[in-house]
Design a protein around this ligand. Sequence first.
Ligand code: GAR
Length: 216
Amino acid sequence: MLNDSVLSAPCVSSVNESRLNIAVMISGGGTNLQALIDAVKTGAIQGARIALVISSKQDAYGMTRAAENGIAAVSIGKAEFPDAAEREAAISGALQRAKIDIIVLAGYMSILPPGLIREYEWRIINIHPSLIPKHCGMGFYGKRVHTAVLAAGDRESGATVHYVDEEVDSGQIIIQERVPVMDGDDADSLAARVLEAEHRILVAAVNKVIAAFAGS
Ligand code: GAR
């Protein structure tokens, strides 16, 4: 016997098909991934779903977050594919199979190959834990960024979401949020304050990209 949910299934699936597919690429804890998962659940992000998580590290806790939320997740890193061309092909294949429209680099600590960046031009965004153009580029990632901010004696830091182009952290900025550097901050306390801002602006940036996509 059919129940209500079965009867309504075709309607639900046609709504799902009209949503954009987001891939989130990670390497670690995945708190930014979690912010996106929560935003899709609460409706703070509409018109898109997280269809795929790709991690550069098998043991990244973000993989567990994906599994707990029923999101397809695959580890494609140097461990699985030591050869760069094979790694690129594996990433590209996974994105194509999942029909990905938008890629979000959320704590992804590898450099994407230029071919992939060109393929998804204006459809890849990255979150960086500083106020670009400060403390960014090759070698500035994770805790190193906050250590550099403190070493420079900056009184404020923040987070940036930008489009990804073929240089590191150089693409067009979508949104930034400033946070103060407090007396007595160490890299961990500053990172925690910046991370809260990251979660807010990443959701806002994804909504802007969805809107731009819909209008294109
Ligand atoms: C975030 O602070 C993100 O901005 C940073 O890694 C952290 C990942 O945290 N990314 C970079 O430094 C890239 N240059 P999460 O795994 O909890 O989202």
